[in-house]
Design a protein around this ligand. Structure first.
Ligand SMILES: Cc1ncc(COP(=O)(O)O)c(C=O)c1O
Length: 387
């Protein structure tokens, strides 16, 4: 669907969002996880109606949210969560931080698995938790089409040493990895045995490519629901992060009751526009999402082709979700911080790999939710500076 790449560069440069304000005009920005495509019609219609009706007050009761998400999850993932156990927060970050505040105390240990979305560190620091990083390992023997493997021995021995919460990113940013049902079941088993709570950040789930099956953590049955909490949003899938709304999901009476300690204000600190745009996305946004995935599928393959042709020493793998390529520039002699070299010399901006974990300084993250023309220009610009 061509609509997805019709936003012209000069129009994008007038955008007020971070992606288009962070760099000078001669830099092509491929960092921040926002998409350069027009917003879905049902969302635009909802927002315009509310603005035209001067309906811009506080967020109150919104039974539509639980119902819309549950129906979406049934259609998309074959999982029907109980809408009564769905709470609202301003964004996924707030949802996770407010959850951590009520299930941990300062000094508790939280496990993350790098390379991972940089805010996994900041959320843990904000809640004064001790971070235990058990990095994914790289193995030529792929699991589920990805060479990035969970370090089971490392996870188990850390669990034994007293982890309170394990924050997982599924599907995974920046690896584009979708955890298998078997992997998640193994985590449930270990978490149950060692009294660990698993928070599953599923914000990228709507963006799973069709060759993969995304397994919602809480769809795994009562044992998973007893140890699990999911935080997700429509903000990544439908590109509405600026509208500020996310959901926190439990599916177990005891876990649900534990989260009753979350401050009631967490609900109305989300935005009214964001909440109703989210309902519109879950309820009516799937045709747009399906068309988006066709474009993203073509873009992820284009990135791999462009890299193979123009940057043969750069290593990456076809992602199975979302719009992020994780690229190892270690084969090129461009210093300890490839992103700095590339933004200065090629005038293309990526996210530095070190933000996802200190071991990953050779990497950059590329956002391919843009036009094929911009991707081609970016990668050929980079190639020109490296040869
Ligand atoms: C894994 C993950 N979680 C959360 C977020 C941010 O979500 P929010 O803006 O709702 O806090 C992102 C943004 O890219 C992300 O990749």
């Amino acid at each position: 669907m061509s609509d997805f790449y019709l936003l012209p560069l000069d129009e994008l440069r007038r955008h007020k969002s971070e992606k288009w304000r962070a760099f000078p005009a001669d830099v092509l920005p491929l960092p921040v996880a926002e998409m350069d495509f027009p917003v879905a019609e049902p969302i635009r219609r909802t927002l315009l109606e509310m603005v035209n009706n001067s309906d811009l007050g506080y967020l109150g009761s919104i039974p539509e949210m639980g119902e819309a998400f549950s129906t979406f999850a049934t259609r998309r993932f074959g999982w029907t969560p109980d809408p009564a156990q769905i709470r609202i927060a301003a964004d996924v970050g707030v949802g996770i931080v407010e959850t951590l505040r009520v299930i941990t105390k300062a000094g508790d240990k939280i496990m993350i698995n790098s390379p991972v979305y940089p805010n996994f560190w900041t959320w843990a620091t904000e809640t004064r938790l001790e971070i235990v990083d058990v990095p994914l390992t790289f193995d030529e023997v792929e699991i589920n089409g990805s060479p990035w493997i969970l370090d089971w021995d490392g996870i188990e021995s850390a669990y034994k040493s007293g982890i309170k919460v394990h924050l997982i990113c599924n599907p995974h940013n920046p690896l584009g990895r979708v955890y298998t049902k078997a992997e998640l079941e193994r985590l449930v088993e270990l978490a149950t045995a060692h009294g660990v709570i698993i928070i599953s950040d599923e914000i990228h789930a709507p963006l799973t490519f069709s060759e993969q099956r995304f397994t919602p953590f809480l769809s795994l049955g009562p044992a998973a629901c007893a140890v699990g909490i999911t935080v997700t949003a429509a903000s990544k899938g439908w590109n509405i992060a600026g509208l500020k709304c996310a959901i926190i999901i439990t599916q177990d009476a005891t876990m649900h009751a534990r989260l009753d300690a979350i401050a009631p204000a967490t609900h109305y600190r989300a935005s009214l526009l964001g909440a109703f745009a989210t309902v519109a996305a879950f309820k009516e946004g799937e045709p747009w999402l399906d068309a988006l995935m066709v474009q993203l599928d073509s873009n992820r393959r284009l990135v791999e082709e462009l890299l193979a042709t123009h940057l043969p020493l750069a290593k990456s793998h076809l992602p199975h979700c979302s719009y992020l390529s994780w690229i190892d520039f270690g084969g090129y002699e461009i210093g300890a911080e490839p992103h700095s070299h590339l933004v200065e010399n090629a005038k293309v901006a990526f996210v530095p790999g070190a933000r996802f974990g200190e071991k990953f300084a050779n990497f950059v993250r590329l956002n391919f939710a843009t036009s094929p023309a911009i991707l081609e220009e970016a990668i050929t610009r980079v190639a020109r500076t490296l040869h």
